[in-house]
Ligand binder design. Structure first.
Ligand code: NIG
Ligand code: FE
Length: 420
């Protein structure tokens, strides 16, 4: 079955290259586009595109489904490479505690934070957690997200970590978008165990079981002040590697934790957060293929300083941009709002944030061969915008959803007119 998207004001995020490449340094500003375009899709794959003045798309109009872009701009869907979208309940009380002067770390020390979410998760039945999480996934697709990475890490014991990973598996089975799952047992230490005991649980009990059930694509550790130090992180990642799990780690959110160094040493696909990044860490990243992933929603919501994005990019590195959607430090999965925060607070341009949220996000979750740009052979996960003059309008129009339709696997998944 072929589908033609016609009446496209502009197609953004094209690629003609044989091979995809991650956009870094000055190239982060470059984005290919054509005006007045069409896109041809066969089944779920982009097979051709072009501009209306050199129409060579289809000879056989029979059996052709038409999607009218109504003069909207078409872009690849967002690749949100860092989320904790599976969780139970919410933590607005801590939000108020922070307004009243407590810090994120002080709340964690009092048993709030991640431990609070772990408590909520353990007393919520699996069906309810699935439903709450599925509602969030549904919502982010309407915001234009076509690929998601989801972490465990609110279980903190084998039963609940497996429960979380199985819920992620169920989401993978039930949603048409691409989902990657990451085992984040080392998110915090549960109250009833010493850190050593818990690390031994992760290595000797959780990892073998996760491997047996094939529940994770990546492994993560919260390598930061008050959580796991570099030596502990290395041991856990080393154990994950034995099961073929590449690291994607939380690093340098709360301090110069050594997380970036250990991520690079362990060949992490990404190091994420990076609020505390100096020239030293930038030099180390430059000698690696580890992708710095920035989560400005968290810096905003916790009132932290922002990562030095400009310095990172101007040094020639790539960046990926993600939401960190979670109940404590970023309770939204709205990528275009995250893009606004990135532009305003990290001085990235709209083009840079779009690249960081599409092709570079795809790299940050191992999906660069199938998503992240509009290219022949890639999956047709596309955003059709509504009422916008240029892509600059997306981050400019803070908090708005400028989406007319979201196409997933070549089919309309969300239509703003019917809201479904
Ligand atoms: O990425 N930094 C660690 N983990 C999450 C926050 C988790 C939470 O507060 O529930 C983050 O910000
Ligand atoms: Fe996170």
């Amino acid at each position: 079955m072929k589908t033609l998207i016609k009446n496209i004001k502009e197609i953004i995020g094209l690629s003609n290259n044989q091979k995809s490449y991650i956009k870094k340094g000055k190239k982060l500003k470059l984005i290919e586009s054509i005006k007045d375009g069409w896109i041809l899709i066969e089944d779920n794959i982009i097979v051709d595109y072009g501009s209306m003045d050199n129409w060579n798309g289809v000879e056989d109009w029979n059996n052709l489904e038409i999607i009218d872009a109504e003069n909207g701009i078409v872009l690849p869907t967002w690749c949100d490479s860092h989320t904790h979208i599976v969780y139970a309940g919410s933590r607005e009380n801590e939000f108020v505690d922070r307004i009243n002067g407590l810090s994120y770390e002080e709340i964690a020390e009092r048993g709030g934070g991640i431990l609070n979410s772990a408590k909520l998760l353990s007393k919520t039945d699996e069906k309810t957690i699935y439903q709450q999480s599925a509602n969030r996934v549904e919502k982010v697709i309407k915001y234009g997200t076509g690929a998601l990475e989801i972490k465990s890490g609110y279980g903190l014991n084998i039963k609940d970590e497996i429960k979380m990973l199985q819920i992620i598996q169920e989401l993978k089975n039930n949603f048409p978008i691409q989902i990657k799952s990451t085992f984040l047992g080392a998110h915090a230490v549960p109250k009833n165990l010493t850190k050593e005991q818990y690390i031994s649980n992760i290595i000797n009990d959780m990892l073998p079981e996760i491997n047996k059930q094939k529940l994770a694509d990546y492994i993560d550790v919260f390598c930061d002040k008050g959580f796991f130090n570099p030596e502990e992180t290395e041991r856990i990642l080393e154990a994950g590697k034995k099961y073929g799990l590449q690291p994607k780690i939380h690093a340098n959110e709360l301090d110069y934790s050594g997380g970036i160094q250990i991520g690079v040493k362990m060949n992490a696909l990404t190091v994420d957060h990076l609020e505390f990044t100096s020239n030293k860490e930038i030099e180390i990243l430059k000698k690696s293929s580890t992708i710095p992933t920035l989560l400005p929603g968290t810096a905003f919501f916790l009132g932290l300083k922002y990562p030095p994005a400009r310095k990172i990019v101007d040094s020639g590195l790539p960046i990926a941009l993600a939401t960190d959607f979670n109940p404590g430090s970023c309770p939204t999965g709205n990528m275009s709002l995250i893009m606004t925060l990135a532009c305003v607070n990290m001085k990235l341009t709209p083009t840079e944030v779009i690249n960081a949220a599409t092709i570079n996000g795809a790299y940050a979750m191992g999906l660069e061969n199938s998503l992240g740009e509009i290219k022949k052979g890639k999956i047709a996960n596309l955003i059709i915008t509504k009422d916008i003059k240029s892509i600059n309008y997306i981050p400019y129009s803070m908090g708005e959803n400028n989406i007319n339709k979201v196409i997933i696997n070549g089919k309309i998944y969300y239509d703003s007119e019917t809201n479904y």
